[in-house]
Design a binder for this molecule. Structure first.
Ligand SMILES: Nc1ncnc2c1ncn2[C@@H]1O[C@H](COP(=O)(O)OP(=O)(O)OP(=O)(O)O)[C@@H](O)[C@H]1O
Length: 255
């Protein structure tokens, strides 16, 4: 299995605070890697550096051997990386279908000029976007909601719409920041099922999550952060019995 993503010695300092300290790991093709750690461990900061939302103080990130460091977050989607954020980011006034179709824009040729003049390319792109969005909604069993206004849906349904938009353009690497946060058990299992199904189709995942049972069930490998430093990396079985990990989490519970 080749490496899709290589995270090399990433460090981020905010003034006097070292939020992430010399963290390295890889994500292979078709692999699910979870990043875990107590609150404030540096997970989101690490994610923000990998997805070029912020630049590292030290270190670099390679995707398919190409350097991501220095790029802007908008440059990543065309390369095949999508990302969701901790806080839900959907367009409440648009329908579910429109929200998901928005995700296809990175692959289509339409721009403001061609859209304004209703050139043939726009119609072709709209049809392609519709087909791609419909296919994803069908796979996720959400077609019955496609004409609903997204803002009217339950939180769990909105999380699914956000996920659909993140995967609609067929990215090789899907980065999810707490995809199961706020979901009930049934919704969590559904989301875990989507991730496992897409892995079988060759997609790779890097995700931050707090729900341990689900992480242990779907992750191939887990990277554990504590106070910005990687304290462990391994399979779910290895991580569950790792002394450093146990004490980091016991420390958190004791607070
Ligand atoms: N923009 C910033 N400026 C200053 N300090 C920051 C900034 N962003 C994060 N930090 C600090 O960096 C550390 C890591 O924060 P981060 O949000 O990455 O942790 P986390 O593991 O994602 O936490 P949580 O699980 O609570 O989301 C914390 O001490 C935080 O206060």
């Amino acid at each position: 299995m080749g490496n899709l993503l290589e995270v090399k010695n990433l460090t981020k300092k905010f003034g006097g605070v070292t939020a992430v300290n010399d963290v390295s790991f890889q994500v292979g093709e078709g692999e699910i890697v979870a990043v875990i750690g107590p609150n404030g461990a540096g997970k989101t900061t690490l994610f923000n550096m990998i997805s070029s939302f912020i630049q590292p103080t030290v270190g670099e990130v390679l995707f398919k051997d190409q350097k991501l460091t220095g790029k802007k977050i908008f440059d990543l989607a065309p390369l095949g990386i999508s990302r969701t954020f901790q806080n839900l980011q959907i367009f409440s006034n648009m329908t579910v279908l429109e929200n998901v179709m928005m995700g296809t824009s990175v692959k289509l040729k339409t721009n403001v000029f061609s859209a304004g003049f209703r050139l043939p390319v726009v119609k072709r792109d709209e049809s392609k976007a519709y087909q791609a969005a419909y296919k994803v909604l069908e796979m996720m069993q959400l077609t019955h909601l496609m004409h609903e206004q997204a803002g009217q849906l339950s939180y769990g349904q909105q999380k699914k719409v956000e996920f659909a938009r993140a995967i609609v353009y067929d990215p090789a690497l899907i980065m999810l920041d707490e995809p199961m946060a706020g979901l009930n058990d049934a919704e969590t299992n559904t989301m875990a099922g989507y991730i496992s199904d897409l892995k079988k189709k060759g997609h790779s995942f890097l995700f931050v999550e707090h729900k341990m049972a689900t992480i242990m069930q779907i992750a191939d490998r887990i990277v554990v952060l504590d106070f910005g430093t990687k304290i462990a990396e391994g399979t779910p079985e290895e991580i569950q019995k790792n002394e450093k990990v146990i004490s980091a989490y016991l420390g958190e519970e004791a607070i």
